[in-house]
Design a protein around this ligand. Structure first.
Ligand SMILES: *[C@@H]1O[C@H](CO)[C@@H](O)[C@H](O)[C@H]1NC(C)=O
Ligand SMILES: *[C@@H]1O[C@H](CO)[C@@H](O)[C@H](O)[C@H]1NC(C)=O
Length: 406
């Protein structure tokens, strides 16, 4: 704990150039089908939950009517399994004709009519992860299709390819997207595919120069063990991505599973708060038709979203993890201010009382106004040696805001 003052020097603003397309100045927010709806293509037996234009139109409707759009969520993103099994006679991608009878352009028009944006999915390799036509040998054609269809974001996955080819291949796709002239947020699985699958240390400087969003860990699952794994990927940062998040380009820990089946309320709160502290893209993957009000309120929490969308775009650093307690610190754009996260991963059934001096939270200044972000409640002025005491429930988090008081 006493090494905090040296660790603070790690909290620095990104200086590496981001992709120069003017997009993703703050982390993109939206809805993505994969984690919740996967590759369900059985529209005969499961018409309401299969990957089809109806699903995306319905989610767009609900994003508007249920307040998600007003809270900041903007993208409705298609994931794998939207395509026909074959390209057309000219080698172009086509949507599955039964599940997307009006085509992607019509879906984009509908999404745009709601004031939202449409994202789509392809893969760098010969096939997508789900076995649909991949972009290898077709990258320019595919970039042109996405632009003709008025798509606003591309998730470019890394299955069925050689991770060693990615250092050249992902920038080439970026160039083809750029040449279309249409602003398209470019999300790359490049570093996660290299690191997780091939254990190649990613060149994050190059990734940031060519992508707006990049995946850094394995896929999220609807499960607390998996979410904790991602928390530790961020905490240990073995592949060295922390310093590269900032306006124009953001590390992506994958989707929010808030509102699904596997996490308790406290675990959902912890996921939403950490993703906000990390300046992570906030992509919900949940059924907006049935989500309960507590999960919905978490996803729309104004204080957490404000931390996520802070214009400095820094990624919180884990200052330390001592047994079950992890302390995270994120510098904010407002001079000298920080967001603090204290995660209690103890699961022994009763809240932990945590006592820390402000300087043990890594705050360098003499005194701060502290508030509880989640409760939107001021907690008073604390000097660097004042003891800060809070009670944190099992697998939950305290999120504080520290603003210099003088
Ligand atoms: C293409 O790249 C140029 C140079 O980096 C940039 O100025 C321009 O905004 C980009 N255009 C699009 C559509 O991404
Ligand atoms: C982040 O940048 C700092 C300062 O340049 C450096 O000391 C640190 O090692 C970097 N962290 C990582 C994980 O690369």
């Amino acid at each position: 704990m006493w090494m905090i003052l040296t660790i603070i020097s790690l909290l620095q603003v990104v200086t590496v150039h981001s992709l120069d397309n003017g997009l993703a100045r703050t982390p993109p927010m939206g809805w993505l089908s994969w984690e919740r709806f996967r590759c369900n293509i059985d529209c005969k037996n499961d018409p309401d939950n299969c990957i089809s234009e109806n699903l995306y139109m319905k989610m767009a409707d609900l994003m508007v009517s249920e307040g998600f759009k007003d809270a900041g969520y903007q993208f409705v993103n298609i994931d794998d399994c939207w395509m026909a099994r074959e390209r057309d006679s000219k080698g172009r991608l086509q949507a599955d004709p039964d599940r997307f009878p009006h085509g992607i352009k019509a879906l984009a028009d509908y999404i745009h009519s709601k004031g939202l944006k449409l994202g789509i999915y392809e893969d760098f390799g010969t096939e997508t992860c789900g076995g649909y036509p991949g972009s290898e040998f077709y990258m320019q054609s595919d970039a042109n299709s996405f632009a003709e269809w008025d798509v606003d974001m591309l998730k470019f996955d890394g299955c069925n390819s050689d991770p060693k080819d990615m250092d050249t291949g992902y920038p080439i796709m970026g160039q083809f997207l750029n040449q279309t002239g249409r602003p398209i947020v470019y999300e790359c699985s490049w570093p996660s595919a290299q690191w997780v699958i091939a254990h190649i240390k990613p060149d994050y400087k190059a990734v940031r120069e060519h992508c707006n969003v990049w995946r850094v860990a394995r896929d999220v699952q609807d499960d607390w063990v998996n979410v904790q794994h991602i928390i530790d990927v961020y905490g240990t940062d073995d592949s060295g991505f922390t310093n590269f998040t900032g306006p124009g380009g953001f590390s992506d820990p994958d989707m929010l599973v808030v509102g699904d089946f596997g996490l308790s309320y406290n675990q959902q709160k912890t996921q939403m708060a950490l993703w906000s502290l990390w300046s992570a893209p906030l992509f919900m993957s949940t059924d907006l038709r049935t989500i309960d009000s507590a999960s919905k309120a978490l996803l729309q929490h104004p204080g957490l979203i404000a931390i996520n969308q802070d214009p400095l775009g820094a990624q919180a650093v884990r200052l330390y993890q001592i047994s079950s307690l992890g302390v995270w610190l994120k510098p904010l754009a407002k001079t000298g201010s920080y967001a603090i996260g204290i995660v209690n991963r103890d699961n022994q059934g009763m809240p932990n009382t945590v006592k820390l001096q402000l300087n043990q939270l890594g705050l360098p200044g003499p005194s701060y106004n502290i508030s509880d972000v989640f409760e939107n409640k001021p907690l008073g002025v604390y000097t660097s040696t004042d003891m800060f005491i809070m009670s944190i429930e099992p697998t939950s988090i305290f999120i504080g805001l520290a603003v210099p008081s003088s």
